[in-house]
Each structure stands twice: as structure tokens, then as C-alpha cells.
Write a protein that binds this ligand. Sequence first.
Ligand SMILES: Cc1cc2nc3c(=O)[nH]c(=O)nc-3n(C[C@H](O)[C@H](O)[C@H](O)COP(=O)(O)OP(=O)(O)OC[C@H]3O[C@@H](n4cnc5c(N)ncnc54)[C@H](O)[C@@H]3O)c2cc1C
Length: 404
Amino acid sequence: MDFSYSPRTQELQAKLRQFMEDHIYPNEQRYWDELKANTEAGKRWTPLPLIEELKPKARERDLWNLFLPESEYGAGLTNQEYAPLAEIMGRTPWASEVFNCSAPDTGNMETIVRYGSAEQKKQWLEPLLEGKIRSAFAMTEPEVASSDATNITARIKRDGDDYVLNGRKWWTSGAGDPRCKVFIFMGKTDPDAPRHSQQSMILVPAEAPGVTVVRPLSVFGYDDAPHGHMEVLFENVRVPASNILLGEGRGFEIAQGRLGPGRIHHCMRLIGLAERSLELMCKRASARVAFGKPVAAQTVTQERIAEARCMIDQARLLTLKAAWMMDVAGNKTAKAEIAMIKVVAPSMACKVIDWAMQVHGGAGMCQDFPLAYFYTIARTLRFADGPDEVHRNAIAKMELGKFA
Ligand SMILES: Cc1cc2nc3c(=O)[nH]c(=O)nc-3n(C[C@H](O)[C@H](O)[C@H](O)COP(=O)(O)OP(=O)(O)OC[C@H]3O[C@@H](n4cnc5c(N)ncnc54)[C@H](O)[C@@H]3O)c2cc1C
């Protein structure tokens, strides 16, 4: 294992850092101002001009589609090369979209690259790669424990040359955005088939009759507009049979392939979020004086800073190891490392952000600092892409299997 950054990664890191300095950090307040202005104009779900303004700038600098490891569609980077770049983007929650590297589009694009037909690629992948449309992934359902995807009840029924879809989904991230033009929908094509062959995935145009975005869900009070996490109803939605991905009964296979990269991308970004929080923590602790000395002079603060540094570096190394394993051995062989980092990174980020908020006092809770919002992001990632417990179960099974 060699975890040094390749010359290509180092060059892109430098360009990306410069872009963040020039265009992302100075516009952080503008992002919230534009969202506020949109809201006041009754357009809460309208995309922000700032993002569209910055996309061409990122593209001009070849900071575009940096994910998609070793595919002719992306920048040709390996997962290991992409990890430190996703970390930099992750320092500001909305930044990755500027580089067309944001969830859930990255996972969805990888799915279509890997499992889509030539026709599906033309229709959906090309505009996604161009950043002209966005997408959503509709798996989770309110009525069933969806961490066990065999519970999914949505139906995909063949009817002549079409499939007819019915189901209620929620937490469909990105479905609030009017640019979201396609869903990857998971449902059962054959409820009588063996447990892991009942499900299929199918592409559904967002504008198909019968698709209704019911409501946005809030995360600790944040609705993440204009992206949003939506409850979506699919009622007798008819799509051509050719929209199926890979074939009937292959849904689980696709989910395994899709969620591997999706999960690790979240972890890479979380390292950036935690790193930024530690920076804020150090600056505030040094500047703030309580009981006659800087908060940084308190040993409890020093303990937390040191511990945060250790935890972030440990998580980064495990992320790099998982990325390296995916590159050299494939996503399936890397499943233990992917599960481990999916457990480690969100909890690490939650802890570091929590300490950073504590150092900030009341300020850490309010809109003057990004920490409270950072925390909600990190905390949701203990559920999104599978709860901690499910990943721990998988790790334990693999571990026990060694001694069975
Ligand atoms: C912000 C956010 C964005 C999301 N985006 C998407 C999206 O774009 N598309 C999508 O389809 N879904 C999305 N999700 C949904 C997410 O993937 C699910 O919430 C998650 O898989 C858990 O499913 P559930 O909510 O039905 O929880 P349940 O399955 O009801 O599980 C509840 C709890 O039971 C416990 N549990 C479950 N299984 C086990 C086990 N084996 N061992 C021990 N304990 C267990 C865990 O504590 C778990 O948290 C998102 C969620 C959030 C919060």
C-alpha cells in the first residue's frame, strides 16, 4: 500500500484549493442570501444562480466529473486519487455540485455507466455528465424498515412493452430540485422469487404521469433546499420496458455496486468537513479568553484538539485504504473496508464537530458559524446509505466467518 498522492492528484489538489479560495469560501454567505431571496420570492426550490455561475468556471479549469474511476466518461482518476479531492470539496457542503461531483448524482451516474444500455446512457448519462440535469435514487419507503432492502414493497409490473410502477418512497434526496429529471427506482418485479432476486431497478423520468413529489422532509429543521429530501408517490407510472437496468431481479446486484462508491464518496467529503471544523475550533479556542486565559490553554480543549487530529487522520487512512482496495481488487472485495469506513467516518465527524461547537459556546449553535449545519450533515450519514448497525453486522459476520 502506497498512500502518497500521485503527481496528478497533487496538481488537482492545488487547483481545487485555489478554486475553493477564489470562488467557494468567499461565496458561502452569498449561497444563504440567494436561498433567502428565493424563499422570499416564493421560489424556495429554484436552483441558486451562484452554482450555475460557478460550474463553467470549474469546467474551464478541468475540475469536472473528477469521480468515475478509470472510466472514459470522467477524469480517469482512481478512487485513491479522487479521495483527497473529494475531501477538499467536502469542506463546504454545497461545493461538490460546482464540480459535478455531488450526491446522489455521482452514485447514479456510476450506476448508469456500469449497468445502463447505450440508449440509457445517451438519454440520461450524457446530460448528467454535462451537469444539465440532476437525478434521484428512490429506494427507501416509509412503511417498511428499509435498511433491509428485501422489505421494499414498491411494485414494478410488466404490462406489454411497458412496466407499471406503484409505491411510496421517502428520503429521495434531490427530488425537490426542478432540474431532477430522472429517478432510479427500486421495486419488486417478482415477489415470489428468491429473497435477493425479487427486486429490480428502473429509470423513471421525473415528469412521467403518476409521479408526485408529496412533501419535503426536514433534517433537524433544515430542508436542504433547493436539493431536498422528498416523499414521492409513484401511482401507475408507466415506463417503457427498456428502462429496466440490467434486467429483472438484478436490483440487489446493482445496489451493491452503486452503494460502494456512493458510501465512500460521503466518507471522503466528511473528512473535509471534520478538518474544517477542527480548523474553526483551533481558531476560536485561540481567540477566545475565559477566566483569564484563552480557551486553547485549557487542557480539556487541548485534549479534544489532539484527539480530533488523531481521529481525522485515522479515518483518512482507512478511507484511502478502502479506495485503494476498490481500485486494486474491486468494490466487492473491498466490502469490509467500505463498511468499516462507513461506520468510522460519520461518527468521527460527529464527534469532531461536536467538540468544535462546544468550543464556540452559543455561537456554535447559530447561523454565524457553519458548525450546526455541518453536524446535521454528519449525523444523517449515520443513517443514509445504511445505518451504522447494519454495517457493523456485516463487519462482524465477515470477522466471525474467518473462524467458523
Ligand atoms: C438525509 C438523508 C438522505 C437520504 N437519502 C436517501 C436517498 O436519496 N434515497 C433513498 O432511497 N434513501 C435515502 N435515505 C434513507 C436511508 O438510506 C435510510 O433511512 C436508511 O437506509 C435506514 O432505513 P430506515 O430509515 O427505513 O430505517 P429502519 O430500517 O427502520 O431502521 C431503523 C433502525 O433500526 C436499527 N437497525 C436496523 N437494522 C439493524 C440491524 N441489522 N442490527 C441492529 N440494528 C438495526 C438501526 O438503528 C436503524 O437506524 C436518506 C436518509 C437520510 C436521513
